[in-house]
Design a protein. Structure first.
Length: 139
């Protein structure tokens, strides 16, 4: 029998698989999946503050501050006061993260038609819009 409701634990399982995949597919074992999330965000967006980065990743500013410091000490981020930008090492790491994400997405979407993918994206975007509305109301 087909399941009629969405179990949110399944979404958390996808997050777990994503994090494990990043850690297993990236050569440098000293970086965790949290580094990958931050590096990927910084590589694809221009952040002028840690608050912008925190908001984008939906995490608290203290966590972001700790990660930025660790990433600077690990040689992934330039210690620049006005923008948050990657070093060459950080850019190489970001490339590995992108490749790992592409491989995972290809694997996850095997045997799923283009039409079903489009429907999935549309439904997921609406769910995210609804979640944002709830978050804004509840502050």
């Amino acid at each position: 029998m087909e399941e009629k409701t969405l179990d949110l634990k399944k979404l958390m399982f996808l997050k777990k698989v994503y994090a494990k995949n990043l850690c297993n597919n990236i050569d440098d074992s000293s970086f965790t999946s949290a580094y990958a999330l931050f590096v990927d965000a910084i590589d694809t967006h221009n952040f002028t503050s840690q608050q912008e980065l925190s908001d984008f990743l939906c995490c608290n500013k203290a966590h972001t501050s700790r990660m930025v410091l660790k990433m600077q000490l690990g040689g992934l981020l330039k210690p620049a006061p006005k923008t948050i930008s990657l070093t060459e090492k950080g850019k190489c790491y970001a490339k590995s993260v992108r490749e790992s994400k592409c491989q995972l997405m290809s694997f996850l979407f095997q045997n799923i038609s283009t039409n079903d993918k489009q429907i999935f994206v549309k439904v997921l975007n609406q769910i995210l819009t609804n979640a944002n509305a709830i978050d804004e109301v509840r502050g």
